[in-house]
Design a protein around this ligand. Structure first.
Ligand SMILES: C[S@@+](CC[C@H](N)C(=O)[O-])C[C@H]1O[C@@H](n2cnc3c(N)ncnc32)[C@H](O)[C@@H]1O
Length: 188
């Protein structure tokens, strides 16, 4: 089982939306934005995706590099990078950004999303999962940034929305926390 690798290294299971996305996206050049110590990058790597994994936490990147060397996974490249720079240098067929946007500088979100879109190949995919704060469910976690109703959908106008929802979930303390979940395909 693929998640055995994550548990062997004490990592959480792969994000469920990454697992779902991999049911329709073929292995390709992929960027994992805010990869932490690599639960999603390792999953993608095992499926044969060619993964660039970026995070501004050098400790997390060191750990992912050590695991990929130990496991001889030459298709995972882990790099320290500040996503707020919004200055990607390569293009990808799949960019995944799960539960990361809400930790970024709010003033940089527009530029970060525009940069992701620009560096996605025609026909390629963006996966975003991000916390929201709405009138119905004000976010009770002090994230620097949260999305508003419909905001992510608007940012991806012109892309094919393969999946889009703004569903509330329940946190361990019983509080409702709303997330925007989107898998979008860039026009070919
Ligand atoms: C909640 S974790 C999500 C990790 C991963 N995407 C996942 O689904 O497990 C958020 C990650 O974003 C990273 N991060 C926060 N701000 C960042 C920034 N400005 N540039 C790069 N990474 C950042 C953190 O270091 C952390 O690893």
């Amino acid at each position: 089982m693929i998640d055995d690798l994550n548990s062997r290294y004490g990592l959480s299971p792969t994000h469920s939306e990454v697992v779902e996305a991999c049911k329709i996206i073929e292995p390709c050049d992929t960027l994992d934005m805010g990869c932490s110590n690599g639960r999603n990058a390792l999953y993608l790597g095992q499926l044969g995706f060619n993964v660039t994994a970026i995070d501004n936490n050098p400790g997390a990147i060191d750990m992912l590099q050590s695991i990929s060397i130990e496991e001889k996974m030459g298709n995972i490249k882990a790099q320290v990078y500040d996503i707020n720079n919004a200055s990607l240098s390569e293009d990808y067929a799949f960019i995944t950004c799960t539960v990361t946007l809400m930790f970024l500088d709010p003033a940089r979100i527009e530029a970060v999303i525009a940069d992701m879109q620009q560096h996605t190949l025609a026909g390629g995919y963006n996966l975003i999962v991000c916390a929201m704060s709405t009138e119905e469910h004000p976010c009770q976690v002090p994230f620097p940034y949260t999305l508003k109703t419909g905001q992510l959908r608007e940012a991806y106008e012109g892309w094919q929305l393969i999946k889009y929802n703004e569903d509330p979930g329940t946190m361990h303390n019983g509080a409702k926390l709303q997330f925007a979940t989107m898998l979008a395909r860039k026009p070919g």
